[in-house]
Design a protein around this ligand. Structure first.
Ligand code: NAD
Length: 420
């Protein structure tokens, strides 16, 4: 049975409070969300029948600022997953040092089976049910798995209509034309690139000799693969939900070419590509599970939780794992990998440039400003480098893995704010 991501989060937290010397009252408050909502969204399907979808919003903690976190549309999304993701957002915002708390949302749905009309109703329905709990200084959602800029534009528009005021800062990850941030589409991946370069330097590895496997080829996986390829790393394996591919003779793949081939198959529901990386005939196909075990130097899970567990951790060959997905490694796998001296750059650090980018978008909307992509990337570089160095120092000082160190950094900031 798959590990419960919320229980995994609690185990990670428990391990870190010892090093962070977190007071018992603070620890107790961080063991559960401030508020969680489960609701039903009716959608009139194109067939004329009404279908009802189960949806969630978890507002985990807002000690450091408004609740902040994406909305996921996925057939397996459930409350415990959303609770875990909301908790990780809380710690992530603290690690990267932005004035936000943590929240997350989800709808249990396979959005690839919806038409554009059905998808729009679902997105607007989500906001209608939650309007009283949202707002630019209350709870600010963003895209996550299988949601994107178009969906955020519908949601922001719905929220603005309901409150009777144009409120671009109520959602982030919007298109540029709707107040979006230049560079938001690559913000998370850009942070992943910076974090990868930093750890490669610490471990004295040569980027040009580093072989990389990336699991997941969506917003994060595709962009991080592309940025790493452009920075001279070798992309040897790629995958998406349909399967994986591996290059011949360890020659680096160009992710942009892979994406072009994938896109040739067209779109469904106005948002989802029908194609897969497996459409690329120049490469050898590998099952998704095997992709994680390929002989590479750096492994980048960029899809979903629980992909590296007690079952396959011993077969992971990569020396470094950059967690671009949230929660891809279970605590049991963490222990095995730590014993095998693997370096894991944890999700709450590795993908934190996503929420940092969201913060910059929110800031420019609140202050009616427009930041350039060059400014955005420069600020993200600075933030992720400072956060990485802080976590690295904390790990060395306490002799812990980087995940525990990242929690320690976050816990200290949250504790200080709670006790002021
Ligand atoms: P996305 O919907 O754009 O892409 C998800 C990708 O994962 C798709 O290519 C899909 O085919 C693939 N996938 C799904 N199941 C898979 C499987 N079993 N094996 C291999 N691939 C599979 O989503 P995204 O925004 O890229 O998010 C990916 C991960 O990154 C999630 O864990 C998300 O929470 C995290 N994340 C995203 C952001 C962001 O800015 N989008 C920020 C921080 C963290």
């Amino acid at each position: 049975m798959a590990a419960n991501p919320f229980k995994s989060m609690l185990k990670q937290l428990k391990q870190a409070v010892v090093y962070a010397e977190t007071p018992a009252d603070v620890y107790e408050q961080l063991k559960q969300p401030i508020r969680l909502v489960q609701f039903a969204i009716p959608v009139i399907m194109d067939s004329g029948k009404t279908k009802v979808f189960t949806a969630y919003r978890v507002q985990y903690n807002n000690t450091l600022g408004p609740f902040k976190g994406g909305i996921r549309f996925h057939p397996e999304t459930n409350l415990d997953e959303v609770k875990a993701l909301a908790a990780w957002m809380t710690f992530k915002s603290a690690v990267i040092g932005i004035p936000f708390g943590g929240g997350k949302g989800g709808v249990t749905v396979n959005p690839k089976r919806l038409s554009e009309n059905e998808l729009e109703q679902l997105s607007r329905g989500y906001v209608k049910s939650l309007v009283k709990l949202l707002g630019s200084h209350v709870d600010v959602p963003a895209p996550d798995v299988y949601t994107n800029a178009k969906i955020m534009a519908w949601m922001m528009d719905e929220y603005s209509k309901l409150v009777g005021k144009h409120t671009p800062a109520s959602f982030t990850g919007k298109p540029l034309t709707a107040g979006g941030l230049a560079g938001r589409d690559i913000a998370t991946a850009h942070g992943g690139l910076v974090a990868t370069k930093l750890i490669v330097k610490k471990l004295k590895l040569n980027p040009k000799k580093c072989k990389i496997a990336v699991q997941g080829f969506g917003n994060v996986g595709y962009n991080v693969a592309k940025l790493l390829y452009n920075a001279g790393f070798n992309i040897i394996n790629l995958s998406d939900s349909s399967g994986g591919i591996t290059s011949l003779k360890n020659a680096s793949m160009d992710p942009e070419n892979v994406m072009l081939t994938k896109m040739e198959q067209g779109m469904i529901g106005g948002c989802y590509c029908v194609g897969t990386v497996c459409d690329c005939v120049n490469f050898i196909k590998v099952p998704n599970k095997k992709l994680l075990e390929m002989p590479v130097d750096i492994l980048i899970p960029a899809a979903l939780e629980n992909v590296i567990t007690g079952r396959n951790a011993r077969r992971i060959k990569a020396k470094v794992i950059i967690e671009m997905a949230n929660g891809p490694i279970t605590p049991e796998a963490d222990r095995i990998l730590w014993a095998k001296k693997k370096y894991i750059v944890p999700d709450i650090l590795a993908n934190s440039a996503g929420v940092a980018g969201s913060y910059l978008e929110w800031w420019q909307n609140v202050h009616k400003q427009k930041l350039t992509q060059a400014t955005v990337l420069k600020r993200l570089d600075k933030m992720i480098t400072a956060a990485f160095n802080n976590v690295w120092r904390t790990a060395k000082k306490n002799k812990t893995d980087l995940r525990t160190a990242a929690y320690v950094v976050a816990l200290k900031k949250i504790t200080k704010a709670m006790q002021k």
